[in-house]
Design a protein around this ligand. Structure first.
Ligand code: SF4
Length: 552
């Protein structure tokens, strides 16, 4: 599928006499069970019940509509019961698949994690989550094995260091992606920190925005590496320099992956720092009021944009929601530098930031605690997460960079990773996700180790991105990877059914050239088993090395 085809994925008009369930056009009568659940009680209200009832009376006291519905508004999903074969995922009821423990998502919104925050995150992992903690590709922390009884204490600890789980999941504005080098990079166009802070101050937990048609993803960056995958968010503000108005943001809307992937569109509008929160609020309310609610698989903003087009979207935004016209503005320059920020880089204040690499985002409680000690020891002050499941340590004095790099190495967080370790992303997978069909994290980690062994000593001059999903959803963004893998049960030549993957090749982001940024294509019929994965990746790379043309 080309970019243009992806963007223009067909949006069928509703059948005669049938609506798409748009509040502003069709009224608010709920058209399906999900809409009924949200209309019956705002998802945000469930926290009060967790703290006053469920945490005391236990898992069995939680009614189904809270457990499988509103809990998500506070970042809680039941996790998968261990030992259930992936082939049975689609055949079983939720109650048979789920455990009595939860996955908990903590949002960081691109903000700084102080040593105190890292210790709190590590302590929660160790005391309440069996030492689990993953960095997600949305800059969240995900825990597993959480008991409902522990939630009041977990919230108390998180909030003591400025962290929250508010609308971390659910049909809401979820955790924001923010440039991990905001405010420090020497080549930054504009620091997005004030914009993210203001949006959160005004709108995080706003009950008026807690019943959207589906999830709503936000990204804000001012860094020329375009480090927040802006093409696949519902709204992105991307730093640009206006020829007369100075630094500000270029507005993109309507990107999202999943089963009908579409890249975001530029509206051609320039947004100043002062107006950014207002514009964000306008776009969310367009989604709330005009987004499709009849069918859940048509309920993302991308479908409304596909129907309206960028011109109408901008006109509705300006006339119905903002009450003022936005000036036209320039597009971002093509990406400069790697957006994962791995390695050692100079800050504008003479200190350094250092990007380090856990394998597929897996960290855990002891590592957070050790990292807090390390960064304090070297006189650094804070850590940011990236949209690529990495960590960036900020404000490192020049004289302590070497010591930090050595300390990170000891913690298993190399700053000079192999291309495989650097560019492999994996979703939660069958270990904990109820929708998963296959394992992802361990499979990907094993593949990384094996590929590092096979290519040891060879100079791979290009990064190669490997994104591993445990089911047909796209939490690990398979359509944006050189090699994307979509989990499914595959049948081998011998007729044996095994965990494996459908292969998707040739995706890539972080380019403003729409002919270059693309969603790749599924290679019909090309499937590999989990065991064959290293062999397959090696074959692709060796063929690419042998056949590529000059400059490719
Ligand atoms: Fe779960 Fe599928 Fe998302 Fe992976 S891609 S986390 S298996 S829903």
């Amino acid at each position: 599928m080309t970019v243009t085809e992806a963007r223009r994925a067909p949006v069928r008009p509703p059948r005669a006499g049938r609506s798409n369930g748009q509040w502003a056009i069709d009224g608010r009568a709920p058209l399906n069970a999900n809409e009924e659940l949200k209309a019956a009680d705002n998802g945000l209200n469930v926290r009060q019940r967790i703290e006053s009832i469920y945490a005391h009376e236990g898992f069995d006291s939680i009614p189904d509509d809270d457990l499988h519905g509103r809990f998500r508004w506070w970042g809680l999903y039941t996790q998968r019961r261990p030992g259930i074969d992936g082939g049975r995922t689609a055949q079983l009821e939720t109650s048979e698949l789920e455990d009595r423990y939860f996955m908990l998502r903590v949002r960081t919104d691109g903000q700084s994690l102080s040593p105190a925050a890292l210790r709190v995150l590590g302590g929660i992992s160790t005391e309440f989550a069996r030492d689990t903690a993953d960095i997600t590709d949305r800059q969240n922390i995900q825990y597993h094995w959480i008991s409902i009884e522990d939630m009041p204490e977990i919230w108390r600890r998180l909030e003591s260091v400025g962290l929250e789980t508010t609308t971390a999941c659910g049909d809401t504005p979820r955790g924001f992606l923010g440039s991990p080098v905001a405010g420090v990079a020497a080549d930054e166009i504009i620091d997005p920190t004030p914009v993210i802070r203001e949006i959160k101050r005004l709108y995080l937990g706003d009950p008026e925005l807690a019943n959207l048609p589906r999830k709503f993803k936000t990204a804000v960056t001012g860094h020329p590496s375009l480090d927040v995958v802006h093409e696949i968010n519902d709204i992105s503000l991307v730093g640009v320099r206006h020829p007369t108005l100075g630094p500000g943001y270029d507005l993109w809307v309507g990107g999202a992956l999943s089963t009908t992937p579409m890249l975001a569109e530029r509206l051609g509008a320039f947004v100043s720092e002062e107006r950014a929160a207002d514009v964000w609020h306008g776009v969310v309310r367009i989604f709330r009021d005009y987004g499709y609610r009849r069918l859940r698989n048509k309920a993302r903003l991308k479908f409304l944009l596909a129907e309206w087009g960028a011109e109408k979207f901008r006109q509705v935004l300006e006339t119905e929601y903002l009450g003022y016209a936005l000036p036209d503005g320039p597009a971002p320059e093509p990406a400069r530098g790697a957006g994962d920020h791995v390695g050692v880089h100079a800050q504008k204040d003479g200190r350094f930031y250092v990007g380090a690499t856990p394998v597929v985002g897996r960290v855990g409680g002891p590592l957070f605690t050790d990292l807090a000690e390390l960064i304090e020891r070297v006189g650094a002050t804070r850590v940011h997460l990236t949209a690529h499941q990495k960590l960036v340590i900020l404000d490192v004095p020049e004289s302590r960079v070497e010591e930090l790099v050595a300390g990170l190495d000891e913690l298993g967080l190399t700053t000079t990773p192999s291309p495989f370790r650097r560019s492999t992303v994996a979703c939660t997978g069958i270990e904990f996700c109820k929708l998963a069909i296959v394992d992802t994290k361990d499979t990907a980690a094993r593949a990384v180790a094996e590929l590092e062994r096979r290519f040891a000593g060879e100079d791979l001059d290009q990064p190669i991105s490997l994104h591993v999903n445990g089911c047909p959803n796209s939490c690990a963004r398979i359509q944006t990877a050189d090699i994307g893998l979509k989990g499914q049960i595959v049948t081998t030549d011998d007729g044996v059914q095994q965990p494996g993957f459908q292969v998707h090749l040739g995706g890539g982001l972080a380019s403003t050239d729409r002919e270059e940024a693309g969603l790749g294509r599924t290679v019909r019929g090309l499937k590999v088993t989990a065991e064959q994965l290293p062999d397959y990746v090696e074959r692709v790379i060796r063929r690419y090395q042998a056949d590529r043309v000059e400059g490719e």
